[in-house]
Design a protein around this ligand. Structure first.
Ligand SMILES: [Zn+2]
Ligand SMILES: [Zn+2]
Length: 333
């Protein structure tokens, strides 16, 4: 049976109704019937071919919530109707060092849900069974989608780099990723400073768990915070004065970039001698994401979403492109 969804036929094109024939279900695959799917900035980057590897027609969507509708012949441990989520990754080699360690997102043969593969802005999506991650009961389908990419992207480096409750932390950019990062760090018990260009999100960031707020535009608040943080996570895709952020770290502090700046990082190496690090990070593998979902379910971390019917996908995209989303947009099938 064919799968119906929405596809971009070329860079910066509006999405159009699109139908494709997925062929026989692979032995290690499951088919997920989509109920909800988030809009991530990576969907926009892929629609626009910003990274140069988009295949068209492109069915975007990698913050999927749905139910198992079909199960491949070699798949065990899943049931028809089970609620699952799918994020950036839809498959990996399954036998390399990284897959063996449960770090599938680092596998050289990792496959992206919307990279030469049709994603979740559709009535169904197919993935390797391991990448369809069970959703805890406490999480509502309408708002759980953003955990699958935005949530996993901010949570994975926190878990990987050993963030502890005693740490003083900061989140740069209070948007789709940042609003979850603030909530996770606050739930960990960390002191959390929200960093944004202006004070417009000050009150909301404090409601999410921030105890301090720094506005960067036209102020010296960031400079005054020199030597303050053990862990800074930057969720913005813009060039920032990185030396000021490195100066804001305490000795042995770490700056993690999960937003992807447009150009090369220029940093002065001398301040790094205080054992400071600059790292990248991205959406985790299935076990990272499952750990995050379990932690979110019991700690009360929740995405704040606006929903649009999937039939209004182009309106929803315009809303995200205009930076009006508070804080994440979810499409309802
Ligand atoms: Zn592998
Ligand atoms: Zn994403």
């Amino acid at each position: 049976m064919s799968i119906k969804g929405y596809a971009a036929k070329g860079p910066k094109q509006p999405l159009e109704p699109f139908e494709y024939e997925p062929g026989p279900l692979g032995p290690h695959e499951v088919e997920v019937k989509v109920s909800h799917c988030g809009i991530c900035h990576s969907d926009l980057a892929m629609i626009d071919n910003d990274w140069g590897f988009t295949g068209y027609p492109l069915v975007p969507g990698h913050e999927v919530i749905g139910t198992i509708a079909a199960i491949g012949s070699d798949v065990e441990g899943v049931t028809i109707g089970q609620r699952v989520g799918v994020g950036w990754h839809c498959g990996s080699c399954g036998h390399c060092e990284w897959c063996g360690k449960g770090l599938e997102s680092l596998c050289a043969q990792e496959r992206g849900t919307i990279v030469h593969h049709h994603g979740g802005w559709a009535d169904a999506v197919r993935v390797q069974a391991k990448f369809a991650i069970p959703i805890p009961e406490a999480l509502e389908s309408a708002s759980a989608g953003p955990f699958l990419c935005a949530g996993s992207t901010v949570f994975t480096p926190m878990a990987r780099f050993g963030v502890t409750p005693m740490m003083k932390t900061a989140v740069v950019g209070i948007g789709g990723l940042g609003h979850l990062a603030v909530q996770f760090l606050a739930a960990f018990g960390c002191e959390v400073t929200a960093i944004s260009s202006s004070h417009s999100k000050d009150d909301e960031a404090r409601k999410m768990g921030a105890t301090h707020f720094i506005a960067t535009k036209g102020t010296d608040e960031l400079k005054q915070a020199a030597g303050s943080f053990d862990f800074i996570i930057s969720t913005v895709g813009a060039d920032l004065p990185w030396d000021e952020y490195i100066a804001a770290l305490r000795p042995q502090g770490r700056l993690v970039l999960v937003g992807i700046p447009d150009s090369a990082l220029k940093i002065m190496p001398f301040p790094l001698l205080a054992e400071k690090s600059v790292s990248g990070g991205s959406c985790g593998g299935p076990s990272d994401t499952a750990l995050m979902l379990e932690f979110a379910a019991r700690s009360g971390v929740r995405p704040i979403v606006e929903t649009f019917p999937m039939t209004k996908v182009n309106e929803a995209l315009d809303h995200v492109r205009a930076n009006k989303a508070r804080y994440r947009v979810v499409l309802e099938a």
